[in-house]
Design a protein around this ligand. Structure first.
Ligand code: SF4
Length: 467
């Protein structure tokens, strides 16, 4: 029997030994890619996945599963909001002197905060930053041969994405997640939005071939009833490739209902028309501010209000729904610019809105700005990781509050936008038409209604596709 590798998706945190996460509806696609890569290319190893929150495992149950599987090494992935869960789990495992397995840390947090591995070398043995498939497999193979490997390595970027096997979804309990299937057509983002740490993973844009993408869609088609969610950072970066994919979907007569993320300046009438014909029903856009100057100079999203309005109206023309994301409280923000954002949202006619406060994640320009203001630094990250700022991510991880504006004012405007946007006849009528045949969804709508009135926030789970 081949030695095993366990890849673990930790919760945001454990509370009274129960794993907590904001959303467990999306399968851990990054881990599925790494596990499938190992299982395809390695003669030495067999990889398994443990999604802690989905399985509802306590720390002791995770340890028992590890002992049962008896892996050669363990890999834990972590985004910044998950770092409490990753640290708690690794510390629990390493607290037993008889536990002698190496633990690797990977994922977005350590990719952006590389020094984290030095600060936590007592519980994590190695880190792989960026894209993990090739370098993680090479590293564990060397460990098996009793060679030494560096504590931290940059993951080698794979240029030909078709050489990465399709994610093997039999490695997870697929029934337990949202039926809509998550897929990725491309990797990498070359943009420089000031709040985003995605480019710390990879700036180099690569696409799978249309043939390879269609193979995966056909493979998952029956299970998800043709409902697909493209998780790409910016699906339409390569316009030609996306038009080819849309053509391929039509040629294969695949009846799809799909959604994606992209940018306002990367769509036009032609591509939206082709996307609609291929089954696109919803696009997520990050607009971030109603003020052009802030958007251009601070956020580095260099598109105008006129372009935004044009794209909304083109989506409307083609019957594609629009979800838009904004932040309130950018550096340089004033009460007037906040009003501009509110007015843009309320006049936009879009279908879904998400409003948040800028959050300084490592690897982003916003982190550097917030660090200069003393809002965040490595010591604060570690306090967060140790739960010394509080248990859980929401309300405990530092946020950016611009000079001259009070935190309460930002929360009030966020609530006011949500109430004005969602508590109106148009929104309720559209939800009612969608949800009329599902008692569960009607119940959710009622809960949402009261949550918006009482707290000014939606009770629905946050959308995953945040751009
Ligand atoms: S927000 Fe989107 S477009 Fe901007 S840098 Fe991040 S991934 Fe790229």
């Amino acid at each position: 029997m081949k030695p095993k590798i366990i890849l673990i998706n930790p919760p945001l945190h454990f509370s009274n030994n129960i794993p907590h996460s904001l959303d467990v509806s999306v399968p851990p696609l990054g881990l599925l890619y790494i596990a499938s890569y190992i299982n395809r290319y390695s003669p030495d190893f067999e990889a398994a996945i443990l999604d802690v929150t989905e399985a509802g495992l306590s720390l002791e149950q995770i340890r028992k599963d590890i002992d049962d599987i008896n892996p050669f090494v363990i890999g834990i992935t972590s985004m910044t909001p998950q770092i409490q869960g990753a640290v708690e789990l690794a510390r629990f495992l390493k607290s037993d002197p008889s536990f002698d397995r190496k633990i690797f840390l990977g994922g977005p947090h350590v990719s952006a905060d590389k020094d984290f591995i030095n600060r936590y070398k007592n519980i994590f043995d190695h880190a792989i930053t960026g894209e993990g498939e090739k370098t993680f497999l090479a590293s564990v193979t060397r460990l098996l041969k009793k060679e030494t490997i560096p504590v931290i390595q940059n993951g080698e970027v794979i240029d030909d994405l078709d050489t990465i096997p399709l994610p093997d979804r039999t490695l997870i309990n697929r029934q337990r997640y949202n039926k809509r299937e998550s897929v990725i057509f491309s990797r990498g983002c070359p943009y420089d939005c000031y709040y985003c740490s995605r480019p710390a993973i990879s700036r180099k844009v690569r696409y799978r071939s249309v043939y390879n993408m269609l193979e995966e869609i056909k493979q998952v088609y029956a299970f998800c009833d043709g409902k697909i969610s493209f998780q790409d950072d910016t699906l339409t970066m390569n316009r030609k490739r996306v038009l080819e994919l849309c053509g391929g979907i039509k040629n294969e007569s695949l009846k799809l209902d799909w959604e994606c993320n992209t940018r306002i300046d990367l769509v036009d009438d032609e591509i939206l028309g082709a996307m609609k014909k291929a089954g696109c029903s919803l696009i997520h856009f990050g607009v971030e501010s109603g003020n052009e100057l802030i958007r251009r100079e601070q956020i580095h999203k260099r598109f105008t209000n006129q372009q935004i309005e044009k794209v909304f109206s083109l989506c409307n023309k083609h019957g594609i729904k629009v979800a838009c994301y904004f932040m309130v409280g950018h550096p340089g923000e004033t009460k007037d610019t906040l009003e501009e954002t509110k007015n843009m949202i309320l006049k936009s006619g879009i279908d879904i809105v998400g409003v948040s406060i800028p959050t300084p994640f490592p690897g982003s320009e916003l982190y550097d700005i917030a660090e200069k203001k003393g809002i965040i630094n490595k010591a604060v990250i570690d306090l967060f990781a140790e739960k010394k700022l509080g248990e859980g991510y929401v309300g405990n991880y530092p946020i950016y509050i611009p000079e001259g504006i009070e935190k309460e004012y930002l929360f009030d405007i966020m609530k006011s936008i949500n109430r004005h946007f969602y508590l109106n006849f148009k929104t309720f009528w559209s939800r009612f038409k969608q949800d009329i045949f599902s008692l569960k969804r009607i119940r959710q709508d009622v809960t949402d209604f009261f949550s918006l009135i009482a707290q000014g926030v939606s009770s629905r789970k946050p959308y995953q596709n945040k751009k």
